[in-house]
Design a binder for this molecule. Structure first.
Ligand code: ZN
Ligand code: ZN
Length: 323
């Protein structure tokens, strides 16, 4: 992806909850994706996304307020912070391809440097070692805590079919997990050690009826697995499955993105690679050739499902607004 980048503007005080909120809102990510692919004009965005004017306008405003895009006259463009989202998008895409019901039918990303299908591995920028979920420590600052850092409740988008009948290129199952505030909270809680109903209920301040519902849905979806509790015969422990553990990469990339562009979010929590004791900064490397993946070295093999308009490779020469 070769985004055209402009300076970030204002919005230095976006909270971690606001920023994570952008990343668990499918429409916001689709708008960012279109901008990264080269769309500039409002009418291009509207033409390429199965989205109402009201929803598109509200998402553009929210993204601008957060400092992810800027708007001049009739042109929209991602800021450097918006351009910095590509690893998060790539991680979501990879998760969907691995675990989603329709994963096999999604477009295939390729690494231009070696030509192989791109499977990103996450490595520590400090020590270079692969980052394993169990070797990452997350610690809250004085003002931190999942309950205050998770995005606020929003309605999930539901339409995933464009007016022309082609599917929007994205990741529905990721959003089945993270597109709901409480599901997201429970998954993160489980990833970082919560096991029992009471842990989630108290630690995340989730109402019991909602928690029961979410635990059931996440277990059915294969994100959590239950085992009998050692404490009492009629209790269950909820553990994250490998599917959930691979989602941790998405969260870590999202936290790293926020910390990179909004330094005040580093005060909310610190993320440390236990193996080298350095603050965690993730690099994505290509599983085939081992090289560090850059946004410009990802292209889409769209022979399976054509992208809505043009591929990231085509965006190297940005589409004029008058297309
Ligand atoms: Zn390290
Ligand atoms: Zn490669």
């Amino acid at each position: 992806m070769s985004p055209r980048v402009r300076d970030a503007s204002g919005s230095a005080e976006a909270s971690l909850a606001d920023l994570l909120g952008l990343l668990v809102d499918e429409w916001s990510l689709l708008v960012i994706q279109r901008l990264l692919l080269g769309d500039r004009r409002y009418r291009d965005l509207h033409a390429h996304l199965p989205i109402s004017h009201a929803v598109l306008t509200s998402r553009l405003r929210r993204l601008e307020e957060s400092g992810v895009l800027i708007h001049e006259a009739h042109d929209y463009a991602v800021t450097p912070a918006g351009a910095g989202l590509w690893p998060v998008l790539l991680a979501m895409w990879d998760w969907e391809r691995r675990w989603g019901a329709d994963g096999a039918s999604l477009p295939v990303p390729r690494h231009t440097e070696c030509g192989a299908e791109l499977r990103p591995n996450a490595c520590c920028a400090h020590c270079g070692e692969p980052v394993v979920f169990g070797e990452v420590d997350v610690e809250w600052g004085d003002a931190g805590g999942w309950a205050v850092s998770l995005p606020g409740a929003r309605r999930r988008p539901h339409a995933r079919v464009s007016p022309s009948g082609s599917r929007v290129w994205f990741t529905p199952e990721v959003f089945a997990v993270v597109g709901n505030r409480w599901s997201l909270a429970v998954v993160i809680g489980a990833l970082w050690g919560m096991r029992r109903f009471r842990d989630f209920h108290i630690g995340l301040a989730i109402p019991p009826a909602v928690l029961t519902d979410r635990l059931h849905l996440l277990t059915e979806a294969g994100i959590l697995a239950t085992t009998p509790s050692a404490a009492r015969a009629d209790w269950w422990d909820y553990r994250p499955t490998p599917r959930a553990q691979e989602l941790a990469l998405f969260f870590l990339l999202a936290l790293g993105w926020a910390a990179r562009w909004w330094p005040h979010t580093r005060e909310v929590l610190t993320v440390t690679h236990r193996r080298c004791a350095a603050p965690l900064r993730l690099l994505l490397t290509c599983a085939a050739c081992g090289a560090t993946v850059t946004g410009a070295s990802v292209r889409v093999d769209s022979t399976i499902i054509p992208l809505p308009h043009h591929s990231p490779a085509a965006s190297a020469s940005p589409t004029p607004g008058e297309s």
